[in-house]
Design a protein around this ligand. Structure first.
Ligand SMILES: [Mg+2]
Length: 291
């Protein structure tokens, strides 16, 4: 097994070499920062959307960093899992409560019309909000079922469903295996994405893309090529695309795989959440922490 890194509960970095150590470290770190990798990824990416950033060298946080629609709707899905409330109502409510956070045009129109019908979207919104499902369920069947349900109220196009399922499954598998290539093969076999490319090979030509099929494979590669949580998020943002959403999807997977978000990254990110979002995140963590 290759040398890997993790963080203990205090956020102190520790090198992890054996399988047992990896497992112990993962559990500790997971208790510390369960489900926050997606949210922090969104916040780090927030100032890079439409900025054309094509480097991994940038400050993680700036005075302008903020949580975007990705965080709001990820928390809405966590709330849905926790309370069993109607997901359409929750999406409407959360979007009303946090206006102007960068929602897609069709989605925003769907909310304002109080529509309850899906609009056949294959936008990456279904993949950006699905993170909690990858953490909450303990079988791949449940993960796929609930990922589809979470997507289908708006993103009922097959690509919208596929993107959500692949992003959630990647988190689920990242929680369970140390073998990154196994995750890659499972993603290719189950979802049919071509993951045979590198970030370097697409960086100069990749363009802003809000579709699942133009975002999810790239986010998966950003994780698969990474060496740490921070490196994964930097990878995602370096593509110069829909940076907050790429970093949100990649960040959730990386958190699951590396066993957490380092404290020095987590702290500044979480400070930007308000009380309501923080409360839901904390309830979710309490409910789904590994025993
Ligand atoms: Mg966003």
């Amino acid at each position: 097994m290759a040398e890997r890194s993790g963080w203990d509960r205090t956020g102190a970095r520790c090198d992890v070499r054996s399988g047992n150590e990896t497992s112990r470290s993962r559990v500790r770190a997971t208790i510390f920062d369960f489900m926050l990798g997606a949210i922090v990824g969104d916040i780090i990416g927030s100032v890079h959307e439409h900025a054309g950033t094509r480097t991994k060298d940038f400050p993680l946080f700036t005075p302008q960093s903020f949580f975007t629609d990705d965080t709001v709707l990820t928390v809405a899905v966590a709330d849905w899992i926790l309370t069993g409330a109607d997901l359409v109502d929750l999406l409407h409510e959360y979007t009303d409560a946090y206006p102007g956070r960068g929602y897609g045009l069709m989605y925003d129109r769907w909310v304002r019309r109080r529509s309850r019908e899906p609009y056949n979207s294959f936008g990456n919104g279904s993949a950006m909000r699905v993170g909690p499902i990858g953490f909450a369920y303990d079988t791949i069947e449940d993960v796929l079922t609930w990922a589809e349900r979470s997507a289908a109220v708006t993103h009922n196009h097959p690509e919208g469903i596929r993107g959500a399922q692949a992003a959630a499954a990647a988190i689920f598998w990242a929680r369970r295996t140390r073998d990154r290539n196994e995750i890659r093969l499972k993603l290719e076999a189950n979802f049919g994405y071509d993951l045979d490319f590198t970030l370097d090979s697409i960086r100069s030509t990749y363009r802003f893309n809000e579709t699942c099929q133009g975002t999810v494979p790239q986010a998966l590669i950003a994780f698969l090529e990474s060496t740490s949580y921070e490196d994964a998020v930097r990878n995602a943002i370096s593509l110069g695309g829909d940076a907050d959403t790429l970093a949100c999807i990649t960040g959730g997977i990386a958190e699951a795989y590396y066993g957490g978000v380092p404290a020095e990254i987590l702290g500044p990110g979480l400070k930007l959440l308000d009380e309501r979002l923080t409360a839901v995140v904390n309830r979710f963590r309490e409910r789904f922490l590994p025993a």
